[in-house]
Design a protein around this ligand. Structure first.
Ligand code: ARG
Length: 481
Protein backbone atom coordinates (compact mmCIF):
# COMPACT_ATOMS: atom_id res chain seq x y z
CA UNK A 1 0.00 0.00 0.00
CA UNK A 2 1.33 3.42 -0.83
CA UNK A 3 1.18 6.26 1.69
CA UNK A 4 -2.34 7.48 2.46
CA UNK A 5 -1.40 11.15 2.54
CA UNK A 6 1.33 11.60 -0.05
CA UNK A 7 1.00 8.46 -2.19
CA UNK A 8 2.27 10.25 -5.29
CA UNK A 9 5.89 10.16 -4.25
CA UNK A 10 5.87 7.07 -2.01
CA UNK A 11 5.79 3.45 -3.11
CA UNK A 12 5.15 1.89 0.30
CA UNK A 13 3.51 2.95 3.55
CA UNK A 14 5.44 3.72 6.73
CA UNK A 15 6.89 1.11 9.05
CA UNK A 16 4.71 0.47 12.09
CA UNK A 17 7.36 2.00 14.35
CA UNK A 18 7.57 4.99 12.05
CA UNK A 19 3.85 5.48 12.42
CA UNK A 20 4.15 5.26 16.17
CA UNK A 21 6.95 7.78 16.52
CA UNK A 22 5.51 10.10 13.90
CA UNK A 23 1.88 10.37 14.87
CA UNK A 24 0.72 13.19 17.11
CA UNK A 25 -3.03 12.59 16.89
CA UNK A 26 -2.98 10.95 20.33
CA UNK A 27 -2.38 14.36 21.91
CA UNK A 28 -2.97 17.06 19.28
CA UNK A 29 -6.61 16.05 18.83
CA UNK A 30 -7.38 18.54 21.54
CA UNK A 31 -6.61 21.28 18.99
CA UNK A 32 -9.68 20.40 16.92
CA UNK A 33 -11.61 23.56 17.68
CA UNK A 34 -8.70 25.83 16.82
CA UNK A 35 -7.88 23.77 13.72
CA UNK A 36 -11.40 24.04 12.36
CA UNK A 37 -11.69 27.74 13.20
CA UNK A 38 -8.38 28.34 11.38
CA UNK A 39 -9.57 26.40 8.33
CA UNK A 40 -12.88 28.26 8.18
CA UNK A 41 -11.05 31.61 8.33
CA UNK A 42 -8.63 30.43 5.64
CA UNK A 43 -11.36 29.17 3.28
CA UNK A 44 -13.36 32.36 3.77
CA UNK A 45 -10.32 34.47 2.88
CA UNK A 46 -9.55 32.29 -0.16
CA UNK A 47 -13.04 32.96 -1.50
CA UNK A 48 -12.87 36.71 -0.73
CA UNK A 49 -9.62 36.96 -2.67
CA UNK A 50 -10.97 34.98 -5.62
CA UNK A 51 -8.68 31.97 -5.10
CA UNK A 52 -11.59 29.69 -4.25
CA UNK A 53 -15.12 29.74 -5.65
CA UNK A 54 -17.96 30.70 -3.37
CA UNK A 55 -19.56 27.29 -3.94
CA UNK A 56 -16.42 25.48 -2.81
CA UNK A 57 -16.12 27.77 0.19
CA UNK A 58 -19.71 27.10 1.18
CA UNK A 59 -19.31 23.35 1.01
CA UNK A 60 -15.98 23.50 2.88
CA UNK A 61 -17.44 25.64 5.68
CA UNK A 62 -20.56 23.47 5.93
CA UNK A 63 -18.46 20.29 5.93
CA UNK A 64 -16.08 21.62 8.60
CA UNK A 65 -19.02 22.60 10.77
CA UNK A 66 -20.26 19.01 10.55
CA UNK A 67 -16.83 17.62 11.39
CA UNK A 68 -16.73 19.90 14.43
CA UNK A 69 -20.10 18.56 15.57
CA UNK A 70 -18.90 14.98 15.08
CA UNK A 71 -15.80 15.53 17.20
CA UNK A 72 -17.74 17.37 19.90
CA UNK A 73 -20.38 14.66 19.89
CA UNK A 74 -17.81 11.89 20.23
CA UNK A 75 -18.70 10.09 17.01
CA UNK A 76 -15.48 11.01 15.16
CA UNK A 77 -12.91 8.24 14.70
CA UNK A 78 -9.35 9.50 14.91
CA UNK A 79 -6.85 7.65 12.78
CA UNK A 80 -3.20 7.28 13.61
CA UNK A 81 -2.37 6.59 9.97
CA UNK A 82 -3.47 10.18 9.32
CA UNK A 83 -0.81 11.41 11.74
CA UNK A 84 -2.30 14.52 13.24
CA UNK A 85 -5.39 16.61 13.81
CA UNK A 86 -4.90 18.58 10.59
CA UNK A 87 -4.91 15.50 8.32
CA UNK A 88 -7.68 13.84 10.31
CA UNK A 89 -9.99 16.80 9.86
CA UNK A 90 -9.12 17.29 6.19
CA UNK A 91 -9.56 13.62 5.36
CA UNK A 92 -12.99 13.51 7.01
CA UNK A 93 -13.91 16.66 5.10
CA UNK A 94 -13.01 14.94 1.85
CA UNK A 95 -15.23 11.99 2.76
CA UNK A 96 -18.06 14.42 3.29
CA UNK A 97 -17.74 16.95 0.45
CA UNK A 98 -15.43 15.30 -2.05
CA UNK A 99 -12.89 17.13 -4.21
CA UNK A 100 -13.59 20.64 -2.92
CA UNK A 101 -11.85 19.55 0.30
CA UNK A 102 -8.62 19.25 -1.61
CA UNK A 103 -8.71 23.00 -2.32
CA UNK A 104 -8.69 24.00 1.35
CA UNK A 105 -4.95 23.47 1.65
CA UNK A 106 -4.19 26.01 -1.13
CA UNK A 107 -1.73 28.68 0.08
CA UNK A 108 -1.03 27.10 3.44
CA UNK A 109 0.96 24.23 4.90
CA UNK A 110 0.71 22.23 8.08
CA UNK A 111 3.64 24.29 9.33
CA UNK A 112 1.75 27.57 9.50
CA UNK A 113 -1.41 25.66 10.36
CA UNK A 114 0.01 24.01 13.46
CA UNK A 115 1.63 27.26 14.63
CA UNK A 116 -1.73 29.01 14.25
CA UNK A 117 -3.70 26.27 16.01
CA UNK A 118 -1.27 26.05 18.89
CA UNK A 119 -1.18 29.82 19.35
CA UNK A 120 -4.96 29.95 19.45
CA UNK A 121 -4.98 27.16 22.02
CA UNK A 122 -2.37 28.83 24.21
CA UNK A 123 -4.24 32.13 23.97
CA UNK A 124 -7.49 30.49 25.12
CA UNK A 125 -5.64 28.76 27.94
CA UNK A 126 -4.02 32.00 29.11
CA UNK A 127 -7.47 33.60 29.28
CA UNK A 128 -8.76 30.75 31.45
CA UNK A 129 -5.68 30.74 33.68
CA UNK A 130 -5.90 34.50 34.30
CA UNK A 131 -9.51 34.11 35.44
CA UNK A 132 -8.42 31.29 37.76
CA UNK A 133 -5.57 33.37 39.18
CA UNK A 134 -7.98 36.23 39.83
CA UNK A 135 -10.43 33.87 41.52
CA UNK A 136 -7.72 32.64 43.87
CA UNK A 137 -6.68 36.22 44.57
CA UNK A 138 -10.22 37.15 45.50
CA UNK A 139 -10.48 34.14 47.83
CA UNK A 140 -7.25 35.25 49.53
CA UNK A 141 -8.36 38.89 49.80
CA UNK A 142 -11.64 37.83 51.40
CA UNK A 143 -9.76 35.78 54.00
CA UNK A 144 -7.26 38.59 54.51
CA UNK A 145 -10.03 41.01 55.45
CA UNK A 146 -11.30 38.60 58.10
CA UNK A 147 -7.78 38.10 59.41
CA UNK A 148 -6.58 41.72 59.27
CA UNK A 149 -6.19 41.77 63.05
CA UNK A 150 -5.14 38.14 63.54
CA UNK A 151 -1.60 38.12 64.86
CA UNK A 152 0.87 35.44 63.88
CA UNK A 153 4.63 35.15 64.05
CA UNK A 154 6.43 36.55 61.04
CA UNK A 155 9.47 34.51 60.09
CA UNK A 156 12.86 34.99 58.56
CA UNK A 157 15.02 31.86 58.27
CA UNK A 158 11.86 30.13 59.59
CA UNK A 159 12.82 31.59 62.97
CA UNK A 160 10.30 33.83 64.73
CA UNK A 161 11.23 37.36 63.71
CA UNK A 162 8.51 39.94 64.36
CA UNK A 163 4.77 39.63 64.80
CA UNK A 164 2.76 40.16 61.62
CA UNK A 165 -0.92 39.91 60.80
CA UNK A 166 -2.26 36.83 59.08
CA UNK A 167 -4.12 39.10 56.68
CA UNK A 168 -0.85 40.73 55.66
CA UNK A 169 0.70 37.31 55.06
CA UNK A 170 -2.21 36.27 52.83
CA UNK A 171 -2.02 39.52 50.89
CA UNK A 172 1.64 38.81 50.11
CA UNK A 173 0.39 35.96 47.91
CA UNK A 174 -2.18 38.22 46.31
CA UNK A 175 0.68 40.47 45.18
CA UNK A 176 2.63 37.50 43.76
CA UNK A 177 -0.42 36.23 41.91
CA UNK A 178 -1.05 39.72 40.55
CA UNK A 179 2.38 39.61 38.92
CA UNK A 180 1.63 36.10 37.62
CA UNK A 181 -1.52 37.31 35.89
CA UNK A 182 0.48 40.23 34.48
CA UNK A 183 3.15 37.90 33.08
CA UNK A 184 0.54 35.67 31.43
CA UNK A 185 -1.18 38.66 29.85
CA UNK A 186 2.17 39.97 28.71
CA UNK A 187 2.90 36.69 26.94
CA UNK A 188 -0.55 36.91 25.36
CA UNK A 189 0.24 40.33 23.92
CA UNK A 190 3.38 39.16 22.13
CA UNK A 191 1.73 35.90 21.07
CA UNK A 192 -1.11 37.58 19.24
CA UNK A 193 0.24 37.64 15.65
CA UNK A 194 -1.12 35.25 13.06
CA UNK A 195 1.28 32.79 11.34
CA UNK A 196 -1.45 31.63 8.94
CA UNK A 197 -0.49 32.10 5.29
CA UNK A 198 3.24 31.87 5.95
CA UNK A 199 2.81 28.47 4.26
CA UNK A 200 5.66 25.95 4.53
CA UNK A 201 8.38 28.54 5.20
CA UNK A 202 8.65 31.02 2.34
CA UNK A 203 5.18 32.47 1.90
CA UNK A 204 2.98 31.77 -1.11
CA UNK A 205 2.50 33.03 -4.69
CA UNK A 206 -1.31 33.25 -4.26
CA UNK A 207 -2.80 36.71 -3.70
CA UNK A 208 -3.92 35.87 -0.14
CA UNK A 209 -4.96 38.42 2.47
CA UNK A 210 -3.20 37.54 5.71
CA UNK A 211 -4.59 40.60 7.45
CA UNK A 212 -8.06 39.24 6.84
CA UNK A 213 -7.39 35.82 8.37
CA UNK A 214 -5.53 37.45 11.26
CA UNK A 215 -8.53 39.63 11.99
CA UNK A 216 -11.02 36.78 11.66
CA UNK A 217 -9.08 34.76 14.24
CA UNK A 218 -8.76 37.63 16.71
CA UNK A 219 -5.06 38.25 16.10
CA UNK A 220 -3.74 41.82 16.21
CA UNK A 221 -1.83 41.44 12.93
CA UNK A 222 -0.11 38.80 10.77
CA UNK A 223 3.49 37.82 11.56
CA UNK A 224 5.98 39.75 9.42
CA UNK A 225 8.46 36.99 8.55
CA UNK A 226 7.36 33.61 7.22
CA UNK A 227 10.51 31.78 8.39
CA UNK A 228 10.08 33.12 11.90
CA UNK A 229 6.34 32.43 11.87
CA UNK A 230 6.63 28.68 11.27
CA UNK A 231 9.66 28.11 13.48
CA UNK A 232 8.75 30.30 16.47
CA UNK A 233 7.65 28.68 19.71
CA UNK A 234 8.42 31.64 21.98
CA UNK A 235 4.74 31.98 22.79
CA UNK A 236 4.55 28.64 24.58
CA UNK A 237 7.99 29.09 26.15
CA UNK A 238 6.95 32.45 27.60
CA UNK A 239 3.68 31.02 28.81
CA UNK A 240 5.46 28.10 30.45
CA UNK A 241 7.94 30.48 32.08
CA UNK A 242 5.05 32.51 33.51
CA UNK A 243 3.33 29.26 34.51
CA UNK A 244 6.49 28.03 36.26
CA UNK A 245 6.80 31.20 38.32
CA UNK A 246 3.13 30.99 39.24
CA UNK A 247 3.53 27.31 40.17
CA UNK A 248 6.54 28.24 42.30
CA UNK A 249 4.37 30.73 44.21
CA UNK A 250 1.66 28.14 44.71
CA UNK A 251 4.31 25.69 45.87
CA UNK A 252 5.58 28.11 48.53
CA UNK A 253 2.07 28.67 49.81
CA UNK A 254 1.39 24.93 49.76
CA UNK A 255 4.55 24.40 51.79
CA UNK A 256 3.27 26.88 54.38
CA UNK A 257 -0.06 25.06 54.52
CA UNK A 258 1.76 21.82 55.16
CA UNK A 259 3.80 23.39 57.97
CA UNK A 260 0.94 25.38 59.48
CA UNK A 261 -1.46 22.44 59.55
CA UNK A 262 0.99 20.21 61.42
CA UNK A 263 0.22 19.41 65.08
CA UNK A 264 3.43 21.22 66.03
CA UNK A 265 2.32 24.51 64.49
CA UNK A 266 -1.45 24.11 64.54
CA UNK A 267 -2.02 27.52 62.92
CA UNK A 268 -4.67 26.30 60.50
CA UNK A 269 -6.96 23.38 60.00
CA UNK A 270 -7.47 22.23 56.44
CA UNK A 271 -10.95 20.93 55.74
CA UNK A 272 -11.84 17.27 55.28
CA UNK A 273 -12.42 18.09 51.63
CA UNK A 274 -8.72 18.70 51.05
CA UNK A 275 -7.07 16.22 53.41
CA UNK A 276 -6.82 12.45 53.61
CA UNK A 277 -6.58 9.95 56.42
CA UNK A 278 -4.03 7.20 56.90
CA UNK A 279 -4.79 3.54 56.43
CA UNK A 280 -2.82 2.69 59.58
CA UNK A 281 -2.69 5.78 61.83
CA UNK A 282 -6.24 6.78 62.77
CA UNK A 283 -5.26 10.22 64.11
CA UNK A 284 -3.81 11.44 60.80
CA UNK A 285 -5.11 14.24 58.60
CA UNK A 286 -2.67 14.55 55.77
CA UNK A 287 -2.50 17.72 53.66
CA UNK A 288 -2.30 15.77 50.38
CA UNK A 289 -3.82 18.48 48.20
CA UNK A 290 -1.25 21.00 49.43
CA UNK A 291 1.56 18.50 48.94
CA UNK A 292 0.48 17.78 45.37
CA UNK A 293 0.24 21.48 44.56
CA UNK A 294 3.74 21.83 46.03
CA UNK A 295 4.94 19.10 43.68
CA UNK A 296 3.33 20.28 40.43
CA UNK A 297 6.06 22.83 39.79
CA UNK A 298 8.20 19.80 38.90
CA UNK A 299 6.34 18.94 35.76
CA UNK A 300 5.57 22.55 34.84
CA UNK A 301 9.18 23.67 35.01
CA UNK A 302 10.08 20.33 33.42
CA UNK A 303 7.99 21.25 30.38
CA UNK A 304 9.77 24.58 30.05
CA UNK A 305 13.17 22.92 30.29
CA UNK A 306 12.16 20.19 27.88
CA UNK A 307 10.99 22.65 25.24
CA UNK A 308 13.95 24.97 25.55
CA UNK A 309 16.18 21.97 24.95
CA UNK A 310 14.08 20.82 21.98
CA UNK A 311 14.29 24.26 20.39
CA UNK A 312 17.83 25.31 21.11
CA UNK A 313 19.61 23.57 18.23
CA UNK A 314 17.00 23.77 15.49
CA UNK A 315 17.98 25.47 12.25
CA UNK A 316 15.27 27.56 10.60
CA UNK A 317 12.55 26.88 9.72
CA UNK A 318 10.23 24.01 10.79
CA UNK A 319 11.64 20.68 11.97
CA UNK A 320 9.60 17.75 13.21
CA UNK A 321 11.28 18.11 16.59
CA UNK A 322 8.77 20.88 17.17
CA UNK A 323 5.94 18.38 17.37
CA UNK A 324 7.32 17.59 20.83
CA UNK A 325 6.06 21.00 21.98
CA UNK A 326 2.48 19.99 22.62
CA UNK A 327 2.37 17.01 24.98
CA UNK A 328 4.46 18.56 27.73
CA UNK A 329 2.81 21.95 27.30
CA UNK A 330 -0.70 20.53 27.59
CA UNK A 331 0.32 18.57 30.67
CA UNK A 332 1.93 21.60 32.30
CA UNK A 333 -0.95 23.98 31.63
CA UNK A 334 -3.45 21.37 32.87
CA UNK A 335 -1.37 20.96 36.02
CA UNK A 336 -1.32 24.69 36.70
CA UNK A 337 -5.05 24.96 36.19
CA UNK A 338 -5.69 22.09 38.58
CA UNK A 339 -3.31 23.56 41.17
CA UNK A 340 -5.06 26.93 41.05
CA UNK A 341 -8.43 25.27 41.52
CA UNK A 342 -7.20 23.14 44.43
CA UNK A 343 -5.56 26.12 46.11
CA UNK A 344 -8.72 28.20 45.76
CA UNK A 345 -10.69 25.39 47.42
CA UNK A 346 -8.20 25.08 50.28
CA UNK A 347 -8.08 28.82 50.94
CA UNK A 348 -11.87 29.07 51.06
CA UNK A 349 -12.11 26.19 53.52
CA UNK A 350 -9.18 26.63 55.86
CA UNK A 351 -9.90 27.47 59.49
CA UNK A 352 -7.26 29.55 61.26
CA UNK A 353 -6.55 28.93 64.95
CA UNK A 354 -6.18 32.53 66.10
CA UNK A 355 -5.30 31.75 69.73
CA UNK A 356 -2.55 29.43 68.67
CA UNK A 357 -1.12 31.93 66.21
CA UNK A 358 -1.17 34.75 68.77
CA UNK A 359 0.48 32.64 71.44
CA UNK A 360 3.19 31.63 69.03
CA UNK A 361 3.64 35.24 67.91
CA UNK A 362 4.57 36.42 71.38
CA UNK A 363 7.07 33.59 71.94
CA UNK A 364 10.73 34.04 71.14
CA UNK A 365 11.00 37.68 72.35
CA UNK A 366 9.36 38.75 69.11
CA UNK A 367 8.81 42.36 70.26
CA UNK A 368 12.50 42.97 71.01
CA UNK A 369 12.79 45.28 67.99
CA UNK A 370 9.93 47.34 69.41
CA UNK A 371 11.98 47.91 72.59
CA UNK A 372 14.95 49.07 70.53
CA UNK A 373 12.67 51.35 68.50
CA UNK A 374 11.19 52.78 71.74
CA UNK A 375 14.69 53.55 73.09
CA UNK A 376 15.49 55.41 69.88
CA UNK A 377 12.20 57.27 69.73
CA UNK A 378 11.58 58.13 73.37
CA UNK A 379 15.05 58.65 74.82
CA UNK A 380 16.98 59.42 71.65
CA UNK A 381 19.49 56.59 71.92
CA UNK A 382 21.25 55.78 68.61
CA UNK A 383 19.78 52.59 67.08
CA UNK A 384 23.04 50.62 67.35
CA UNK A 385 23.27 51.29 71.11
CA UNK A 386 19.55 50.62 71.54
CA UNK A 387 20.09 47.26 69.82
CA UNK A 388 22.84 46.42 72.34
CA UNK A 389 20.74 47.44 75.37
CA UNK A 390 17.79 45.42 74.06
CA UNK A 391 20.07 42.43 73.70
CA UNK A 392 20.84 42.68 77.43
CA UNK A 393 17.12 42.95 78.22
CA UNK A 394 16.41 39.78 76.21
CA UNK A 395 19.24 37.96 77.97
CA UNK A 396 17.77 38.97 81.34
CA UNK A 397 14.31 37.70 80.39
CA UNK A 398 15.84 34.46 79.20
CA UNK A 399 17.70 34.13 82.49
CA UNK A 400 14.49 34.77 84.46
CA UNK A 401 12.59 32.34 82.28
CA UNK A 402 9.91 34.86 81.30
CA UNK A 403 8.83 36.74 78.21
CA UNK A 404 9.56 40.44 77.68
CA UNK A 405 6.08 41.21 79.02
CA UNK A 406 7.04 39.45 82.27
CA UNK A 407 9.89 41.87 83.08
CA UNK A 408 9.23 44.47 85.80
CA UNK A 409 10.21 48.12 85.57
CA UNK A 410 13.02 47.38 88.05
CA UNK A 411 14.36 44.76 85.66
CA UNK A 412 14.44 47.35 82.85
CA UNK A 413 16.06 49.99 85.06
CA UNK A 414 18.68 47.45 86.15
CA UNK A 415 19.76 47.26 82.48
CA UNK A 416 19.41 51.00 81.78
CA UNK A 417 18.36 53.71 84.25
CA UNK A 418 16.86 55.87 81.53
CA UNK A 419 14.02 53.43 80.81
CA UNK A 420 10.61 54.25 82.38
CA UNK A 421 7.28 52.49 82.71
CA UNK A 422 6.02 53.72 79.32
CA UNK A 423 8.08 50.86 77.83
CA UNK A 424 5.37 48.38 78.85
CA UNK A 425 2.95 49.55 76.21
CA UNK A 426 5.22 48.55 73.32
CA UNK A 427 5.77 45.00 74.57
CA UNK A 428 2.54 43.44 73.35
CA UNK A 429 2.23 41.89 69.92
CA UNK A 430 -0.90 43.97 69.30
CA UNK A 431 1.09 47.19 69.81
CA UNK A 432 3.89 45.85 67.67
CA UNK A 433 1.75 45.18 64.58
CA UNK A 434 -0.43 48.27 65.04
CA UNK A 435 2.70 50.42 65.00
CA UNK A 436 3.87 49.13 61.63
CA UNK A 437 1.89 51.59 59.57
CA UNK A 438 4.63 52.43 57.09
CA UNK A 439 3.32 51.97 53.53
CA UNK A 440 3.24 48.24 52.82
CA UNK A 441 3.67 47.40 56.53
CA UNK A 442 1.71 44.78 58.47
CA UNK A 443 -0.59 47.04 60.57
CA UNK A 444 -4.26 45.91 60.51
CA UNK A 445 -5.29 49.32 59.17
CA UNK A 446 -2.94 48.88 56.21
CA UNK A 447 -4.22 45.36 55.54
CA UNK A 448 -7.79 46.63 55.33
CA UNK A 449 -6.77 49.40 52.92
CA UNK A 450 -4.84 47.00 50.69
CA UNK A 451 -7.65 44.42 50.78
CA UNK A 452 -10.12 47.09 49.64
CA UNK A 453 -7.76 48.15 46.86
CA UNK A 454 -7.50 44.57 45.60
CA UNK A 455 -11.24 43.99 45.87
CA UNK A 456 -11.80 47.10 43.77
CA UNK A 457 -9.30 45.94 41.20
CA UNK A 458 -10.47 42.32 41.04
CA UNK A 459 -14.21 42.94 40.97
CA UNK A 460 -14.26 46.22 39.04
CA UNK A 461 -16.55 47.61 41.78
CA UNK A 462 -15.36 50.30 44.23
CA UNK A 463 -14.72 48.93 47.74
CA UNK A 464 -14.11 51.00 50.87
CA UNK A 465 -11.74 49.64 53.53
CA UNK A 466 -13.62 47.71 56.18
CA UNK A 467 -13.52 49.51 59.61
CA UNK A 468 -11.10 48.18 62.21
CA UNK A 469 -12.44 46.04 65.03
CA UNK A 470 -15.27 44.53 63.05
CA UNK A 471 -16.02 41.04 64.27
CA UNK A 472 -14.27 38.42 62.22
CA UNK A 473 -15.76 35.06 61.48
CA UNK A 474 -14.70 31.62 60.46
CA UNK A 475 -11.82 30.94 62.84
CA UNK A 476 -10.97 29.31 66.14
CA UNK A 477 -9.76 31.47 69.00
CA UNK A 478 -10.44 34.94 70.35
CA UNK A 479 -12.71 36.97 68.15
CA UNK A 480 -13.37 33.83 66.18
CA UNK A 481 -16.55 31.92 65.50
N1 ARG B 1 1.95 17.32 13.65
C1 ARG B 1 2.90 18.35 13.27
C2 ARG B 1 3.34 19.15 14.49
O1 ARG B 1 2.73 19.02 15.49
C3 ARG B 1 2.25 19.27 12.29
C4 ARG B 1 3.20 19.90 11.34
C5 ARG B 1 3.73 18.90 10.43
N2 ARG B 1 4.54 19.50 9.42
C6 ARG B 1 5.36 18.78 8.66
N3 ARG B 1 6.05 19.41 7.78
N4 ARG B 1 5.53 17.51 8.86
O2 ARG B 1 4.30 19.86 14.44
Amino acid sequence: MSNKMWGGRFATGPDAIMEEINASIGFDQRLFRQDIAGSIAHATMLAETGILTHEDRDSIVAGLTEVLAEIEGGSFTFSRALEDIHMNVESRLREKIGDAAGRLHTARSRNDQVATDFKLYVRDTIDTLVVQVNTLQLALVTRAEDEAETIMPGFTHLQSAQPVTFGHHLLAYVEMLGRDAGRLLDARKRLNESPLGSAALAGTPYPIDRHMTAEKLGFDRPTANSLDAVSDRDFILETLAAASICAMHLSRFAEEMVIWSSAQFGFVRLSDKFTTGSSIMPQKRNPDAAELVRAKIGRILGALTSLLVVMKGLPLAYSKDMQEDKEVAFDALDALSLSLAAMTGMVGDLVPNRERMRASASAGFSTATDIADWLVREINIPFRDAHHITGQIVALAEQKGCGLEGLTIEDFKFIDQRIDSRIHKVLTVEASVAARQSYGGTAPANVLIQAARWKTELTGQPHEPRPLGKKKHGGHGEGGG
